[in-house]
Design a binder for this molecule. Sequence first.
Ligand code: ACO
Length: 323
Amino acid sequence: MIYSRITGTGSYLPEKVLTNRDLEKIVETSDEWIRERTGIAQRHVVADDESTCDLAEQAARRAMEMAGRRPEDIDLIIVGTTTPDQVFPSTACLLQQRLGVHNGSPAFDVQAVCTGFVYALGVADQFIRAGSARCALVVGAETISRILDWNDRGTCVLFGDGAGAVVLEASDKPGVLSTHLHADGRYENLLSVPRGVGRGYKDMIAGEAYLQMKGNEVFKWAVNTLGRIVEETLEKHGLEQSQVDWLIPHQANIRIIQATARKLKLPMEKVVVTVENHGNTSAASVPMALDEAVRDGRIQPGQLVLMEAFGGGFTWGSALVYF
Ligand code: ACO
């Protein structure tokens, strides 16, 4: 039996920081409102000349260094992103070139908004289990700041930019126990960027393709759905909540994270939280939180980690992983 295991993690944040106080100068808001409703204190945003692939490259290099892997070892690259550098080539192809992976192995993006990394991990796990890849680079990278309406206080205070990556390798010992991927396209009007190549292209090239969200409705869906996916994942393996060492939730809002932890009866000490300093970085949030907890020594070899995410689509998913 072939399993996939995470052998390296990495992350990268752009240098520029926007605090809540900075946002008070841009829109009608307050540090107090943002902290109370979301738990966010600051977020990182890209400079004008930085792109998603720039962030992805740094995160990928760090993950490869931890795994002790060289470019020629990588035989699959999947990037979860909703903010690709270009319409094409995919960010994964651009990243392949940057890293000097010139062995003709496949590289492609998956687009599942905030669930993008969990989707990418699920796809890479299937490739490895099927014997189609042995050493995959799986990345979540976003520059959501580029698609925000900086006049809309209901959304612009929530998001940040960043990238996280893992190296996922074939192993005869279990690492990824299972991934669970879901989508329901009926809710496109609650969370979307309703412009693109096929619809509203003129608005898009005029720079008016912004993220729109009915925040309080998305909130309710996120809490209910994340509770369900966590139960589904544990039930599949006959595991109790108490057997999970670490929960790594998508970092959208501290209140969503706390509500999910409460449903799971998991104490907050077992939940990795980065939303205060990162904001919601969409597909980058889970791998960045994972990397932080691996590097500061919270996540130890042999521990059981549950990752979960929810995002536009709606999409949602989870991954249960032994370290
Ligand atoms: N500063 C001050 N006031 C604000 C701000 C702000 N930044 N934003 C909204 N308000 C006001 C509203 O106008 C409203 O005022 P009103 O009562 O006078 O009309 C009031 O605050 C309450 O607004 P709500 O939207 O009801 O506030 P809520 O408590 O729901 O918090 C939030 C809003 C933080 C957006 C929350 O709903 C949330 O986190 N939603 C989920 C986000 C999420 O998880 N998204 C999924 C992933 S994202 C992705 O996939 C890309």
